[in-house]
Design a protein around this ligand. Structure first.
Ligand code: PXG
Length: 439
């Protein structure tokens, strides 16, 4: 039985990406979760307006996933991931490959989005070395991009606050973000802004394509406040990468597995990368897991080697790559996503969600609203001295009202579970409108 009462002081626990001093003064402790709701240590039911951390679109304790993990635990709790495989890892790889766009068929397991970012960029750099172009090492990310907290992730990621205290990271440069003043309050994809992809040409002119391994972008940025790509922008990036022999990596850690209304943003936006990064919704958040899905061409470049057959082609991986419990959770999660036609459900709900979130236009402090699929970002007018304080105050007021929404920088993010009902969307929007009038 899990102990649900908290008697120990909080001092031993250093929370990630959390204002620890504030948290310990006013803790928010989640003791259980079911469907679209969290329960806190006061027994309050709280609507999960960020699907965990963009992880739990099928709702908490999805019965088929719970059952699959239980069964796996009783059959195989662990298998060494280096030099051995197990049935669930093989099944899942096939399943992922069958869902991802055509040429993306080779699945490498990680345990998180950060590890996926490191893995994908290592694979990209190694690929060019295999092809005899060892100078192609630089990674190009984008301002406001988020790819995790690893050295790689913060280097080609483009959120200043995640970089400034660490000093030298990895060799990277950054394209401009696509959050344009002209596009404020656009519903879905903005028409204007595809030209920003051409900035990649300038970066290539500066560093030369012979030094650039890959471009990595989120199809739409999540963490920075849901920034939707302008129409034609991603296609233009694809064309420029092709013209200069640069690999294109889509970080689909947030956009993957239904959030956009398609299984992947690559399909929704009809632009196919060379490498796709996955995590979060892959297991519905139940067991940590990530994956990097590569084109056949990239995999083959590693296999075409003069090394003896017993030598490792890609010296990379993690103890817990393809953990049996994670694989079991993922197989069940993907089954539910497919059998219950969840991406289609998201697509059907999108117009309702879009009108609901945009009904807050004109609300106090709201300077922009962006949305795609079941994701929305609100930009909040800052206090003169602090960008982050008002979103924090809004999120705390929402929490007190029984709603969890995410706050970060000068934004609030709302990304409900895929199983959300229209009335629950309305409840969050009404609560947010009330809070904006009260704070
Ligand atoms: N890539 C993307 C696109 C992400 O959104 C990561 C990589 C890193 O994943 P891990 O599993 O290493 O944390 C992420 C993580 C938010 C929020 O508020 C977003 C993330 C994490 C926590 C909060 O939007 N994204």
């Amino acid at each position: 039985m899990v102990n649900q009462t908290i008697e120990e002081p909080l001092d031993a626990y250093w929370l990630p990406y959390t204002a620890n001093r504030q948290f310990k003064a006013e803790p928010r402790i989640i003791t259980s979760a079911q469907g679209c709701y969290l329960t806190d240590s006061d027994g309050r039911k709280i609507f999960d307006g960020l699907s965990g951390l963009w992880t739990s679109g099928l709702g908490h304790q999805q019965p088929k996933i719970v059952e699959a993990v239980k069964q796996q635990l009783q059959t195989l709790d662990f298998a060494p991931s280096f030099q051995f495989a197990h049935p669930s890892a093989i099944t899942l790889a096939h399943k992922i490959a069958s869902l991802t766009p055509d040429k993306l068929n080779r699945v490498f397991y990680t345990n998180s989005g950060s590890e996926s970012a490191d893995t994908a960029t290592k694979i990209a750099r190694g690929y060019w070395r295999q092809k005899g172009v060892a100078s192609k090492t630089k990674i190009i990310g984008r301002i406001k991009g988020y790819h995790g907290a690893s050295w790689g992730g913060i280097s080609f990621g483009g959120i200043g606050g995640n970089r400034k205290i660490w000093g030298q990271g990895m060799d990277a440069d950054h394209m401009p973000h696509t959050l344009l003043e002209e596009n404020r309050f656009t519903k879905g994809m903005p028409e204007y802004g595809a030209h920003l992809a051409d900035e990649l040409e300038n970066i290539i002119a500066l560093h030369d394509a012979s030094n650039i391994a890959a471009v990595i972008v989120e199809p739409f940025s999540g963490s920075a406040g849901v920034i939707i790509p302008p129409q034609g922008y991603l296609r233009r990036l694809r064309q420029i990468c092709d013209a200069h022999q640069i690999l294109l990596i889509f970080d689909e850690v947030i956009t993957g597995f239904g959030r956009t209304g398609s299984m992947f943003a690559a399909q929704e936006f009809d632009v196919i990368p060379d490498i796709m990064n996955l995590a979060k919704q892959l297991t519905n958040g139940v067991v940590p897991m990530g994956a990097v899905v590569c084109s056949d061409e990239i995999y083959q470049a590693y296999m075409d080697t003069d090394k003896p057959i017993h030598d490792v082609e890609l010296p990379h991986g993690y103890t817990y790559s393809g953990h049996p419990l994670a694989c079991a959770a993922a197989i069940a999660c993907l089954d539910v996503l497919q059998q219950d036609a969840i991406p289609q459900r998201v697509k059907k709900l999108t117009p309702y969600f879009e009108s609901a979130v945009h009904s807050l236009q004109g609300g106090k402090y709201i300077t922009d609203i962006r949305n795609y699929g079941l994701a929305a970002g609100f930009t909040i007018e800052p206090y003169s001295k602090s960008l982050t304080q008002r979103p924090f105050e809004i999120a705390m007021a929402m929490w007190r009202k029984g709603f969890y929404v995410r706050w970060g920088g000068d934004t609030i993010q709302f990304a409900p579970p895929f199983i959300v009902e229209k009335t629950q969307i309305d409840d969050v929007v009404t609560a947010l409108a009330d809070v904006l009038n009260q704070i």
